[in-house]
Write a protein that binds this ligand. Structure first.
Ligand code: UP6
Length: 248
């Protein structure tokens, strides 16, 4: 069976964040999410400025920023997101009871609920643990890319049931194909490496679009470690879009 196009997915999408992601994809001809795994505000903003035109979303791990300051980190980042039309995906991977996740989402120094368009969350805390993410999209962690991950077949099936039934969930992170009504986000993509010696396992854009029928590929070191970051973003963007077109 052929995969649906982004236009077809947009027609059936219900969540506003899912719609926005698909609209940006169509407009930019991009299915690239850049992972900004850098540790200073300056690096984060420089990175966002360079990759901004080519991405649908910027994925952050905001808690690795050593000099985080809401006014100096988040305000300019939000301006760049508006300027270049991309969403902010905070890869917090929540994994606790609902009440704690609610506190982690809105309090502390990062106040993720103030600025993130969507967040990642494990579903290990069960269905109700996701209720606190009302108003943002949630991408459920269903299967991980790393060697020896404990997200086995049974876990993924049970996690998928939670993801499919919860209205806040727009999609999942997985290395396996998902039912059409969920958006699939796939990390572990790199054009030149097969792993990082720390458990990460990489596939090519061709693999994730053709074999997994993913919707969005997530690329970190393939882009932010490149000598020419903007060129690398463009290279991945084109590779991802061509792989998508060929998978239709
Ligand atoms: N990520 C994975 N695998 C998962 C889930 N998330 O790699 O199963 C995240 C990592 C990192 C990014 O936390 O931010 O995607 C991958 O970065 P890389 O391309 O540099 O390996």
């Amino acid at each position: 069976k052929k995969r649906p196009t982004y236009e077809q997915k947009l027609e059936s999408a219900e969540h506003s964040v899912a719609k926005k992601l698909l609209e940006i994809s169509i407009e930019k001809k991009s299915n690239l999410i850049a992972s900004a795994d850098v540790i200073t505000t300056q690096e984060l903003l420089d990175f966002a400025e360079k990759v901004g035109p080519h991405i649908v979303a910027l994925k952050t791990h905001i808690d690795i920023i050593t000099d985080f300051d809401p006014d100096k980190t988040i305000l300019p980042l939000k301006d760049l997101a508006t300027k270049y039309n991309f969403l902010l995906m905070e890869d917090r991977k929540f994994a606790d009871i609902g009440n704690t996740q609610e506190l982690q989402f809105s309090y502390g120094i990062y106040k993720i609920s103030n600025w993130a368009d969507f967040v990642t969350s494990h579903v290990i805390g069960g269905y109700d643990s996701l209720d606190c993410f009302l108003n943002v999209g949630v991408v459920a962690i269903l299967g991980m890319s790393s060697k020896g991950t404990l997200t086995d077949k049974n876990y993924q099936e049970e996690a998928l049931k939670v993801a499919q039934s919860h209205p806040n969930v727009i999609g999942g992170v997985s290395q396996k194909q998902l039912p059409e009504e969920l958006l699939l986000f796939t990390p572990g993509v790199n054009l030149s490496d097969s792993g990082d010696g720390k458990g990460q396992q990489y596939n090519t854009p061709e693999h994730v679009f053709r074999n997994l029928q993913t919707d969005f590929m997530i690329v970190g070191r393939g882009i932010y470690r490149a000598d020419d970051v903007e060129k690398a973003a463009l290279r991945y963007k084109i590779a991802g879009w061509n792989a998508y077109l060929e998978s239709l």
